[in-house]
Design a protein around this ligand. Sequence first.
Ligand SMILES: [Zn+2]
Length: 366
Amino acid sequence: MDIPTSSLYNQHIQKKRNSRFGFALLFIASVGLNIFLLFFDKESNVAVASLPQDTEAVSKISVEPSEVLSEKKPQSANGVKPASFIAPSDQVLEGQATHTLKFKIKNSLNYTVCAIIARENGCAALSAHIGRLMAWFMDIKKSMRNGDSLDLVYQQVEGPEQFKILKLSYESQLFGKTYEAYYFDEFDHGNGGYFDREGNEIAQRIVETQSPIRHYIEITSLPGDFRKGAGGHSGTDFKAEVGTPIYSGFAGKVIRTNWNVRANGYCVEIDHPKLGIKTLYLHLSRVKVKPGQTIQAGQQIAESGNTGRTFAPHLHYEIQNRKNRETIYNPFTFKHHKSYTRNIPPQHNEAFQKTVNLYNSVAKES
Ligand SMILES: [Zn+2]
């Protein structure tokens, strides 16, 4: 159901002539040397990103001097190689190198990223990651403008996600402001997120008692995202480990389970007449309810999985209008779902600011 990569192909944005795009390529050429110096100059006081400790994407950044990368750092258990920076314009990207990218939008996000990074090196996947994050700031189809500046610090990771964005900064001409997002998870390992410089989370979260999933890695797609077809993606995708408990946020009755397993995988549909909606849960590993069964708000109904048409474990959560299934609600604007954002806990502020400074110095050096 969800192919994160091809997402932004069809995106068209308003065109404004811009002749400065050529600078981006020139810029990239200088990136390699600078990052190399940053990462391997052991005399410098600049802290650098540590190798990931787990097999999923990069979720841990250390700013401890003892964690400074060197060529001698042994390989981690999952085979991630020590950093060896390769400029994005090169043909091979590997290991845990940290890359930077600066460019001005031309034609579309995907077009611009793919003009710098070859398709075979995952430009579509990278622009999809950027698009996901940007979706919290603006409707990128409507609000991106040629000449907007984007500044990125990212890593390549193993697995279908391919990339992990550490820092994104986007200067919007339309809104006359710069949006920033920094990845941080030290306050809650494996459950991190993107925050602005002041430590306010970028992405929203549904309150736990109403959330279809309480522990997830990140939201990888929102309703209306990418996709061919008029409405785009019809649900919200929560990237999560297989076996994560899935709940019904509202009281209701199970309509059906496991229809069209080939596409949806194991799945559940629940009717919520009082709210005028139906909710759908796709790609499950295990369904724990039966058609006709009455469900309480907050009741566990399934476990998340990777079944059906999917490339990575995630929950597809969909809220449909009960009378018109073409009408889809975004959980973060849907009136019956309460949502919130997190803040960096005070005791982690110092570590967060160090992370912000680290990413900014990486971006600046490039
Ligand atoms: Zn989905």
